[in-house]
Design a protein around this ligand. Structure first.
Ligand SMILES: Cc1cc2nc3c(=O)[nH]c(=O)nc-3n(C[C@H](O)[C@H](O)[C@H](O)COP(=O)(O)O)c2cc1C
Length: 79
């Protein structure tokens, strides 16, 4: 299952988790910061990691999340 790992991180915590998740993804998977607005279309599964801002995913993660459709998505922290 080709997996795209996307992360939104200010101070590096979320990136560390994203790197660890990416390590166990199948070949041909990809990791990218949310700022790169990575294209998810060629992937079967999207993992989105974000830092929590006032109880919600941060703004960049929210914006990216709204663009994703017709995909299985896993996110962390779990909401
Ligand atoms: C402005 C601001 C608001 C935050 N709001 C929350 C919050 O509502 N709940 C929470 O658990 N953590 C909150 N945090 C903590 C961050 O989500 C946490 O430090 C996170 O690990 C940062 O991730 P990063 O290192 O990937 O940037 C907040 C941090 C900042 C700077």
């Amino acid at each position: 299952m080709r997996t795209l790992v996307v992360y939104s991180s200010r101070t590096g915590n979320t990136k560390k988790i994203a790197d660890a998740i990416y390590e166990i993804t199948p070949e041909e998977s990809k990791i990218a910061p949310v700022e790169y607005n990575p294209d998810f279309k060629d992937y079967d599964f999207v993992v989105l990691g974000f830092w929590v801002d006032k109880g919600l995913p941060d703004k960049k993660a929210q914006k990216y999340l709204r663009t994703i459709n017709r995909k299985k998505i896993g996110n962390y922290p779990g909401t």
